[in-house]
Design a protein around this ligand. Structure first.
Ligand code: AHR
Length: 492
């Protein structure tokens, strides 16, 4: 039996819609053959796959990061604007492909407009230089009568695209990154870029390139860039064949958030920074099966439990995590999979969908009292070095909750990690009666492969229901290995 105590007035932070963000990279079939499929009967006149668009629209993303990832560190944006047939094909160094450049800046920004999401462009700090970056910002955002703003107009877009978010490079610390550098080199270079970009576009929200949150790289970068940027980015991937490792490793994000926050608070205090950056978890996911080439990971329902937990963690920590981007959205380590004829969603699609559709404006504190679990040991077949044993014990049921600004509604997301047993849960709301039944949406593993749209893509079982409330509490039975979204109406 687990008891979850909730207090609608114990707000822990404002939840930004950008926490439900996505990421699409020129990688394998993410853009070409996924997002964009010229000539396909499933594509619209812009070449956008309408089946993919519809599924992304349902996810109500707040932001979509592009064009990489590792890809961006040798991407020259001017190759990807203007008449398509005149655009050059280029070798793609990060993943060993070729880029036709038929999907470029204007296509991406039209795609964002189509989805109603804020664009987030990562700049090339590998083979790109500051002049090229400034030209990109001018092309996208300038109202003026200047060369690159005019080039945008000539390419059919009169009004500026108003791209709010700009990333200062991607994973510039890694030897896998074209043009990687030391922390000190990065700090110096990114400082120059940040100052210059702000001169051109004072509204630009800048994102510094962090690592995992607790590294020396993060410290050096935060110390240099805290006065200059709006977000410090960190990345996390986890996953393993081992059940407990897979479902508990996301808790490493809690360590990362705490550590990065500490670095930022320290820098802000010592340097008297009035508006210190917040965190952008601008790549996160489960990823462990397919490390090379097109990254066409096939997800299981256990991975969906991990994804549901990640989002719970971001909601609980939303005072600091102001953006998070599921890496990635289509075909490459993605919830959405395409073939030339069909589209399907993997199990990880659903916890994101339920979280994003149900989340309310303010996160509230959750106190969970019940059975706990401990991480059993070293990662089994895990590529990632995340040890989380020192962070436990973890509640068997991981929970997060939000309320609307008027405190009339409450939304909860519950991950029951018990492998075999259902868990009885009582939700107890302090000082408020519950009005009417609780609305439930419960995800469990797929029961039959019969309805699959793509034969090797596992999906999940989503059931809706309701349960009567009593006074200020409600009792639920969570199936083993399940994710449940609960909507409550708060009375007087
Ligand atoms: O999302 C896949 C890759 O993971 C990204 O290109 C890179 O930034 C990270 O290493």
């Amino acid at each position: 039996m687990t008891e979850i105590y909730l207090d609608p007035s114990r707000v822990v932070g404002r939840l930004e819609r950008t926490v439900f963000g996505g990421f699409v990279e020129h990688l394998g079939r993410c853009i070409y053959g996924g997002v964009y499929d010229e000539g396909s009967p499933l594509a619209d006149s812009d070449g956008f796959r309408t089946d993919v668009l519809a599924l992304l629209r349902d996810l109500r993303l707040g932001v979509l990061r592009w064009p990489g990832g590792n890809f961006v560190s040798n991407y020259h944006w001017q190759d990807g604007v203007g008449p398509k047939d005149a655009r050059p094909s280029r070798p793609e160094l990060a993943w060993g492909g070729t880029d036709s450049n038929r999907f470029g800046t204007d296509e991406y920004l039209r795609y964002c407009a189509e989805l109603g999401v804020a664009p987030y462009i990562c700049l090339n700090m590998g083979t790109g230089d500051l002049a090229e970056a400034l030209a990109w910002v001018e092309y996208c955002n300038s109202h003026r009568d200047t060369y690159f703003a005019q080039a945008r107009r000539q390419n059919g877009r009169e009004e500026p695209w108003a791209v709010p978010y700009w990333g200062l490079g991607n994973e510039m610390y890694g030897e896998w990154q074209v043009g990687s550098m030391s922390a000190e080199e990065y700090a110096r270079e990114a400082t120059r870029w940040a100052r210059a970009i702000r001169m051109l576009d004072p509204q630009a929200k800048l994102v510094s390139c962090g690592m995992v949150g607790w590294s020396e790289w993060d410290r050096v970068v935060v110390d240099a860039l805290a006065p200059l940027v709006d977000y410090h980015s960190i990345h996390i991937y986890t996953g393993s064949e081992d059940y407990w490792t897979n479902v508990l490793q996301p808790h490493q994000a809690e360590r990362a958030i705490a550590a990065a926050r500490g670095l930022i608070e320290r820098a802000a205090y010592l340097q008297r920074v009035d508006h210190p950056p917040r965190l952008a978890y601008d790549e996160w996911n489960v990823w462990y099966r397919n490390m090379d080439g097109a990254l066409e990971e096939r997800y299981s329902f256990v991975d969906a439990l991990a994804v549901g937990t990640y989002l719970n963690i971001f909601v609980r920590n939303c005072a600091w995590v102001k953006m998070a981007n599921l890496a990635q959205m289509v075909n490459a380590i993605a919830p959405i999979v395409t073939t030339p004829e069909a589209v399907a969603v993997q199990p990880i699609y659903y916890p994101f969908l339920l979280h994003s559709q149900g989340a309310l404006e303010l996160a509230v504190d959750v106190f969970v009292e019940g059975p706990t679990v401990e991480w059993p040991g070293e990662p089994h077949k895990s590529r990632w070095p995340h040890r989380v044993g020192d962070l436990g014990p973890f509640p068997l049921v991981d929970a997060a909750a939000t309320v609307d600004a008027g405190r009339r509604r409450m939304f909860l997301t519950l991950v029951n990690r018990s492998p075999e047993e259902p868990e009885q849960v009582e939700l107890i709301v302090r000082g408020r009666a519950l009005d009417g039944p609780a609305r439930l949406r419960t995800l469990t593993a797929e029961r039959s492969t019969a309805g699959r749209a793509i034969a090797d893509v596992e999906t999940a079982c989503l059931e809706e229901g309701g349960v009567a409330t009593k006074g200020s509490s409600v009792e639920l039975a969570l199936p083993p290995q399940s994710f449940t979204a609960v909507e409550l109406s708060l009375g007087g």
